[in-house]
Design a protein around this ligand. Structure first.
Ligand code: HGY
Ligand code: MN
Ligand code: MN
Ligand code: MN
Length: 405
């Protein structure tokens, strides 16, 4: 089992399987994700790594240096939570590869002169509480802890309640500058979410940049009524306004070179076939390499929605949930990684990552492993075992250079 990330992934392949959607549904602090957290802790314990869980629910598994001082540490890792109906690789591949890389380094007889810590960050997808990379944003002090405590999932459970259910003390949620100051570099390995490596015919790439991306909640209120008893002229139908939002987002994303606009989640209330909706909630995900372009698209779509709402006698409220500016990864670290992996191409990505958040506070780099389908956030996400194995060795080689000097 040692050094074999595919075998480690096989151990969790039964956890959080979603028969209705296909793939995996592992919301943060849900039963499946708690099972994955326990698996990670058991794997870390099995390797003699010293495990601690911080106030935000980040699991840190330490391979200490001989002097046991936890300064100038090298961190690696990723996340265990998933989107609804996601793959088993987005997140867990980075964790499994980090554990396997520890095995490889030990087999090489490597003795760290600085500690190596493997981290599992909670709520990277933001699928349960709405804010992407919530664990790393809390750690870095980029989101208000009280706002986070009060976030509610779609069943009304607060983050504080869910955290308590995971054995955490919500009072301890918040930034940890001292911990970040003790980390001198972070390297995340992740399955590629795109076909760059497949088209290049290579197994591993370095990350260049993450495009700017954000998510907005759109709430449209109308007037619920009977589908049969209400004349068309008398309606204030929020679904009609939502349709305009969908149309406008597609139209505006198409006219801006390589922008990405998505509405993947819409909630109609009360949700009866013979009921005119009282309200609609939808969430927009908008991305582009330039932040101003993202902002412009959101403004245009908001204006179109407001026009449609006025015509329909509805009201609308657009609220920013989270935003990540364009991230360019640390050149110095990437040069060191490139020295180890001279043949690896450098690819930008449209997918957000915890590494994208941490890049704002510590030198950060990413490795991508080939995904033959290029698909992600779907059961079609894939990685060949031979590419996973190449990824583990690449990560081990990068970590070896970082922890031995
Ligand atoms: O949404 C993203 O880009 C990431 O997979 N969380
Ligand atoms: Mn991910
Ligand atoms: Mn993801
Ligand atoms: Mn009736």
């Amino acid at each position: 089992m040692s050094g074999d990330a595919s075998a480690l992934l096989a151990q969790i392949a039964h956890i959080g399987v979603d028969p209705e959607r296909g793939g995996y549904t592992r919301p943060v602090f849900s039963a499946p994700e708690l099972e994955l957290r326990a698996w990670f802790i058991a794997q870390a314990d099995h390797r003699g790594l010293d495990v601690e869980i911080d106030g935000n629910g980040v699991i840190w598994a330490w391979w200490d240096a001989p002097d046991a001082r936890r300064v100038d540490a090298i961190a690696t890792g990723s996340h265990l939570d998933s989107v609804p109906g996601g793959g088993n690789l987005d997140g867990p591949l980075g964790i499994a590869s980090a554990l396997a890389a520890v095995d490889v380094l030990r087999e090489r007889g490597i003795r760290p002169v600085r500690p190596l810590v493997v981290a599992a960050f909670p709520e990277e997808e933001g699928s349960r509480f709405g804010i992407a990379c919530l664990g790393t944003r809390l750690l870095a002090g980029l989101v208000d802890p009280q706002r986070v405590r009060e976030l509610r999932d779609d069943k009304g459970v607060t983050f504080a309640e869910a955290a308590r259910g995971a054995g955490l003390d919500p009072a301890l949620i918040g930034p940890d500058a001292a911990r970040l100051a003790a980390i001198s570099a972070f390297v995340e390995l992740h399955v590629e979410q795109g076909r760059g490596l497949e088209d290049l015919g290579q197994s591993v790439a370095l990350a260049g940049a993450i495009i700017a991306h954000g998510r907005w909640h759109v709430r449209i209120d109308g007037r619920g009524d009977h589908a049969g008893a209400t004349r068309m002229a008398d309606r204030q139908d929020p679904v009609v306004v939502a349709a305009e939002t969908v149309r406008a987002l597609r139209a505006h994303a198409l006219v801006v070179d390589d922008a990405r606009g998505t509405i993947g989640r819409i909630k109609v209330t009360p949700g009866g076939t013979n009921v005119i909706a009282a309200s609609v909630d939808l969430w927009m995900d908008v991305r582009h390499r330039d932040e101003p372009a993202v902002r412009r698209i959101v403004e245009e779509v908001t204006a179109a929605t407001e026009r449609s709402a006025a015509a329909e006698g509805c009201t609308v409220k657009v609220t920013e949930q989270s935003f990540s500016p364009t991230v360019a990864f640390d050149n110095g670290l990437r040069e060191r990684m490139h020295a180890v992996l001279p043949d690896a191409p450098v690819l930008d990505t449209g997918a957000g990552h915890d590494a994208g958040v941490l890049a704002g506070v510590i030198p950060t780099g990413m490795l991508f492993v080939r995904n033959p389908t290029g698909a992600s956030h779907t059961p079609a996400e894939a990685a060949r075992p031979e590419d996973v194995a190449v990824g583990v060795i690449a990560l081990a080689d990068v970590l070896e250079t970082l922890i031995t000097r």
